[in-house]
Design a protein around this ligand. Structure first.
Ligand code: NMX
Ligand code: MLT
Length: 389
């Protein structure tokens, strides 16, 4: 038997400049993205976990197993202890320019947390981020949207319950929004190791940057409209569509395709079937907002956008992704300004990225950690030359 390492992937010239599509670059302990049946957290299909306590899902990603009832109580108490945000972080948020996008505020907020609160221990900082992000994101909303002064945290309510309490969304049904945010949080936490924001965060951490700086970089990746900001773009896309008449929806999608624009909420780099996270959210919409005009549009889009995208030979996955209906549900539950949707994605995703950073820095290679990221590149059009005097 040969001792030669197993060949996992063959790189040809055609793979260059494809955004490393399909390259296996690392091992991941938190989650798996299967092209056919989608996301699993440590082996559990995401649809099975959708109604889990968000804290139990965090525990699963950090400790690779579900907590017992006693462990969950203890873990929730630990998050409560870690939840106090340095008031200077909130004061610093108050002077940020309102012109900045909420994701720019989130990146700034993580930077302020890092400047004032980092311990330099990836596990400590990762769990502190999970515990403190709800207050930071709620403050971003309230200050930037002009809803009034931040509302005092009541962390014993639970991560998402406290988040909804601190948001104090004008005119929203808090029970409905809490139901949505608990599911939204669990669905968005992690998506393997190769999605742009996670990959970037782990790459930055591989140079031994701290958790907060790494997450700031991650959130800059999530900010892109082809990645996390697709949830904002998708609501604007449904707004622009303006109808739930199936034939008109189809004509709208055809028009967008013909103009070379993205069909937001559809397609994926890895998935080749409907994203189960989308399926959970379409089902949740039946419970929360079945008659909502955007929801009805999104449901028609689920059929007609897929039909149109299937006709395009270049599109590898015509099916809905995680962003197809998430903004619709947020809007129906009182969060009407789509500019903030990616911050909610980030609130959740920082927990998965933090867990993966802990693994890459403290567990991989028998605790030595993954080496500093340094892929190679092929120089082109750079003939050797010298300055002539
Ligand atoms: N609308 C329009 N064109 C698309 C779409 C779409 N939904 N999906 C793929 N394509 C195009 C893509 O731009 C590419 O065109 P070209 O060859 O001219 O560059 C071609 O089809 C092949 O792309 P794929 O290999 O199928 O997809 P890829 O892995 O490159 O990109 C996405 C994946 C997710 C970036 C792409 O499907 C997309 O732009 N979707 C719309 C934006 C979106 O919903 N993003 C959210 C992803 C989930 N998230 O939250 O991160
Ligand atoms: C994600 O959740 O990060 C997105 O589905 C994008 C991806 O996996 O590439």
């Amino acid at each position: 038997m040969s001792d030669a390492p197993k060949v996992l992937f063959e790189i040809t010239e055609e793979h260059l400049d494809t955004g490393m599509r399909g390259f296996p670059v690392s091992t991941v302990f938190t989650s798996e993205v299967n092209p056919q049946d989608g996301l699993h957290y440590v082996g559990y299909p995401i649809a099975d976990l959708a109604d889990l306590d968000p804290e139990a899902a965090v525990y699963l990603l950090f400790y690779k197993r579900l907590p017992t009832d006693e462990e969950l109580v203890a873990f929730k108490a630990e998050l409560v202890k870690r939840s106090t945000v340095n008031p200077r972080v909130i004061e610093l948020l108050k002077v940020l320019p309102k012109e900045g996008h909420p994701m720019e505020w989130l990146i700034a907020g993580l930077t302020f947390l890092g400047m004032l609160c980092k311990t330099g221990n990836y596990r400590e900082d990762g769990l502190n981020v999970v515990a403190q992000m709800p207050e930071v994101v709620a403050a971003i909303y309230r200050i930037r949207a002009g809803w009034g002064a931040p509302i005092a945290s009541k962390p014993e309510l639970g991560l998402m319950e406290n988040f909804v309490h601190m948001m104090g969304v004008p005119g929203a049904d808090a029970a409905k929004l809490t139901r949505l945010m608990r599911v939204f949080y669990v669905l968005h936490m992690d998506h393997g190791g190769g999605n742009l924001s996670t990959f970037v965060g782990k790459a930055v951490a591989s140079g031994k940057s701290d958790t907060y700086a790494s997450l700031g970089a991650s959130m800059a990746g999530l900010y892109g409209p082809l990645h996390g900001r697709a949830n904002q773009e998708c609501l604007e896309f449904l707004d622009k569509c303006g109808t739930d008449d199936p034939d008109q929806v189809e004509a709208f999608v055809r028009g967008e395709m013909a103009a070379g624009r993205s069909i937001f909420g559809f397609g994926h780099a890895v998935l080749r079937a409907e994203d189960p996270r989308a399926g959970v959210q379409y089902d949740l919409g039946k419970e929360l907002c079945p008659e909502d005009p955007f929801y009805r549009r999104a449901v028609v889009m689920r059929e007609r956008a897929v039909k149109v995208l299937k006709e395009s030979p270049k599109v590898k996955n015509p099916y809905p992704n995680v962003d197809a209906v998430s903004g619709t549900l947020l809007r129906a539950c009182g969060l009407t300004d789509s500019e903030y949707y990616t911050v909610l994605f980030g609130l959740s995703r920082c927990s998965g990225i933090s867990a993966q950073i802990v693994d890459e820095r403290l567990v991989h290679r028998n605790g030595k950690g993954v080496a500093i990221y340094r892929p190679d590149d092929i120089p082109v059009n750079q003939p050797r030359r010298r300055l002539t005097k």
